[in-house]
Design a protein around this ligand. Structure first.
Ligand code: C2E
Ligand code: MG
Ligand code: MG
Length: 708
């Protein structure tokens, strides 16, 4: 809101201001017009007054003079000077009359209204006298100060004399001026009234503008601003806004009410979404997000340096097996039962402030913060390992599972939530590596192991493309006649800095990182292509090639498609390709393995069970998973000479496999005696350093040539 805006209120005020200006201009024009009207009226009025007074003076003078002339007829005829004097004096007393002069037929003054009549009998010689004597009828003459009316005094046809009446023009002008002044003041009063009306109108309009502005402010601007402020807060994630809901029935009121309802609905949804976002749907436990927030808050609020927080990372061992073999519903059931057990244990050892969360899948995390958290964590871990390894009865079956637990302590192991969670994960992983169903404390040494693994994983990515990986071939011989019948393909990694890295190390990394899913098919294709080259060499046309396939590739599901594609691409007959699966790949998911084997068999590819005897899962697997051959692990072969039990077992395995129609291969033959023992027990095929070390392709071709 820092930017100035031309808002509603400003606009309303502007409109009102413009209206006010227009009205002011109109009122101004009107007043100006009124002013000129006033002068016009004044001029016209003045003229009118002058002519009116003039007229009146004439008429009055004429009538006064005529009346006097009439009245004087007899007195003059009879020379009644007394009467004449009386009449003249009476007239002279009139207000507007300045003089009266009566003269006889000869023009001599008879009377002038004075006491003494000084000029009696004299001829008057004032400027108007000449014409006055000569006048035979009413005559009007004027000087600057007087309007004189002369009327002859007639007796029938006889002229007795005349009357001259001087009307006082000065006096009349004074009266005119007074009348004019009255007119002016009248006009003034009227104009002022109009001016006040105009100004009143303007003031009224100004008041109206203010009232409208205030009204707009209260009914429009204020609620809209409140809405904008509320919307801003909601934008920032604060949905609990309180809006003063107006009772007004207009559109704005409606808008405010709708907004209030909407914000309440959003707030409700927000609470629901938060709840959903912070809890795990299956178990109702806190989820990763909620846990992390609590963890961060607790880390920040740790009261003193002696206080510790402990974090337990619990992962159910082999949980995937439950899902794969018994289905996801059973998996959910198992998880819920586990949660019950974990809760009981946490209640027992965790303290009131502990928090249990599910991090997805079969991962649970526990935060302990009460008292001696590190000791509580140890007790809890011991309890959990025992409790979680007890069998679960699930639809009539006993399911044995365990748990691997990693323990890490704040602030000893890490100083932030991310670091602490990572440490917990690493420690848990170490517990898995240590054989599962146990707990491990996080240590910095673990970090280095993890770092090395991560580094190796990065290096392994793209190693094939950079040509650091290559294949070697270890010959496999028929025991009966010691004839070379095939080779096992083994992957080698020559790292530019680290040198030769053994497959026992990097295959595990490739396996864990999933890289094996990309590498496996490449090895397979290259091996098929190579096998086709041997056909050029006499004796090579019969050689089979045996390729190791990791458990992960098996679970991936499209192994048979990859095999078929490689065969088609290389043109290698299916009968010359063998696939080696480890026992561990097959155990746990016999169904999947069986269906895959079935597919491979239909294409004519043989499947061998590698490292047979190491897991010793029992011979019953051989019936469930119909393999074409087993490779007796080199550890057995090595122990055979020293341990009569191993020898007996090896003998039994060979016999049983033959009974089932399964080929037996012995690997890791390092001495002639081992070879002899096995061939005596009619082991079919043999492989080992004593027979031949893994060879490069050139070495192998050379070997084939010498054989011939
Ligand atoms: P494996 O499949 O059991 O392979 C046989 C291993 O025994 C090879 O080790 C081989 O060099 C070794 N060996 C052969 N004869 C003797 C002997 O007389 N004495 C002794 N001590 N060892 C002998 P290598 O090449 O180190 O491979 C180790 C494992 O790595 C293999 O065991 C296999 O499981 C895996 N591997 C190797 N290449 C691949 C591959 O391309 N893909 C997959 N998935 N795994 C591979
Ligand atoms: Mg093998
Ligand atoms: Mg093996």
């Amino acid at each position: 809101m820092s930017k100035m805006r031309f808002g509603l209120q400003a606009r309303a005020v502007a409109v009102m201001g413009v209206a006010l200006l227009v009205v002011a201009i109109m009122v101004g024009l009107w007043l100006a017009r009124l002013g000129s009207l006033q002068t016009e009226v004044r001029t016209l009025g003045g003229q009118l007054i002058v002519s009116l007074y003039d007229d009146q003076a004439q008429r009055q003078g004429t009538s006064l003079a005529s009346d006097l002339a009439q009245a004087l007829v007899n007195p003059m005829y009879y020379n009644d000077s007394e009467q004449v004097a009386q009449l003249v004096r009476a007239l002279k007393a009139q207000p507007l009359v300045s003089y009266v002069r009566v003269f006889d037929a000869q023009g001599y003054l008879v009377h002038d209204g004075s006491e003494t009549v000084v000029d009696y009998g004299q001829r008057l010689d004032d400027p108007l006298a000449e014409k006055a004597f000569a006048a035979s009828d009413t005559l009007l003459q004027r000087t600057d100060h007087v309007l004189e009316v002369t009327v002859p005094v007639l007796l029938g046809e006889q002229r007795l004399g005349g009357v001259r009446v001087g009307m006082d023009l000065d006096r009349m002008r004074l009266q005119q001026a007074q009348a004019g002044a009255r007119l002016d003041s009248g006009i003034e009063v009227v104009s002022r009234r109009y001016l006040y009306t105009g100004l009143g109108l303007l003031a009224g309009l100004l008041l109206l503008t203010v009232v409208v502005a205030v009204y707009v402010q209260r009914t429009l601007v204020h609620p809209v601003r409140a809405l904008v402020a509320a919307a801003r807060r909601m934008e920032q994630g604060d949905y609990e806004v309180e809006l003063s809901v107006t009772r007004s029935n207009d559109e704005i009121g409606e808008l405010v009410r709708s907004f209030a309802t909407m914000s309440q609905a959003i707030a409700r949804h927000d609470r629901e979404v938060r709840k959903l976002a912070y809890t795990d749907a299956l178990t109702g436990l806190a989820n990763r997000l909620a846990f992390r927030q609590t963890l961060e808050a607790r880390m920040a609020a740790i009261p003193d340096a002696d206080q510790r927080l402990a974090l337990l990372f619990v992962d159910v061992d082999d949980f995937k097996r439950v899902n794969d073999t018994l289905g996801h519903e059973a998996g959910d059931e198992v998880l819920l039962r586990f949660v019950e057990r974990i809760k009981t244990a946490v209640n027992l050892y965790g303290g009131a402030d502990s928090l249990l969360a599910r991090f997805g899948g079969d991962e649970f995390v526990i935060l302990l913060g009460d008292g001696d958290a590190a000791t509580s964590a140890l007790r809890l871990a011991e309890e959990l390992v025992v409790e979680l390894s007890k069998p679960l009865s699930l639809s009539g079956r006993d399911v044995f599972l365990g748990s691997s637990i990693g323990i890490t302590v704040f602030p000893d192991d890490a100083n932030d939530a991310t670091g602490l969670l990572k440490n917990g994960d690493i420690a848990m992983y170490q517990a898995k590596l240590a054989g599962k169903n146990c707990y491990r404390y996080y240590s910095r040494a673990m970090d280095h192991a993890v770092e090395r693994r991560v580094h190796m994983e990065q290096e392994l990515r793209g190693a094939w493309e950079r040509g650091e990986l290559h294949l070697v071939y270890q010959p496999i011989y028929r025991t009966r006649d010691r004839r070379l019948v095939g080779v096992e393909v083994l992957l080698r990694w020559q790292h530019p800095q680290l040198g030769a890295i053994p497959p026992s190390v990097f295959i595990q990394v490739a396996e864990q990182s999933g890289l094996i899913e990309q590498l496996g098919p490449k090895v397979l294709r290259a091996a098929c292509m190579e096998a086709r080259r041997w056909e050029m060499v006499p004796g090579g046309e019969q050689l089979f090639v045996s390729v190791n396939v990791s458990p992960r590739e098996l679970r991936n599901g499209d192994l048979s498609d990859v095999v078929v594609a490689c065969l088609a691409e290389s043109g290698l007959p299916a009968s010359r390709l063998h696939i080696e699966l480890t026992e561990t790949a097959v155990i746990g998911d016999e169904m999947l393995a069986a269906s895959l084997l079935d597919k491979l068999h239909r294409h004519g590819v043989k499947v061998w069970l590698d490292d047979f005897g190491t897991g010793f899962s029992g011979l019953s697997h051989l019936r469930q998973v119909p393999v074409d051959g087993v490779k007796i692990d080199k550890s057995f072969v090595a122990d055979m000479q020293r341990d009569p039990d191993d020898l007996a077992l090896t003998t039994a395995i060979i016999a049983m496999c033959h009974a089932l129609g399964i080929t037996v291969v012995a690997e890791g033959i390092e001495q002639e005696a081992q070879f002899d023992l096995l061939s005596q027990r009619s082991c079919d095929l043999a492989q080992g350093y004593w027979l031949s070390r893994p060879l490069s392709s050139t070495q192998l071709v050379a070997l084939l040539k010498t054989k011939d």
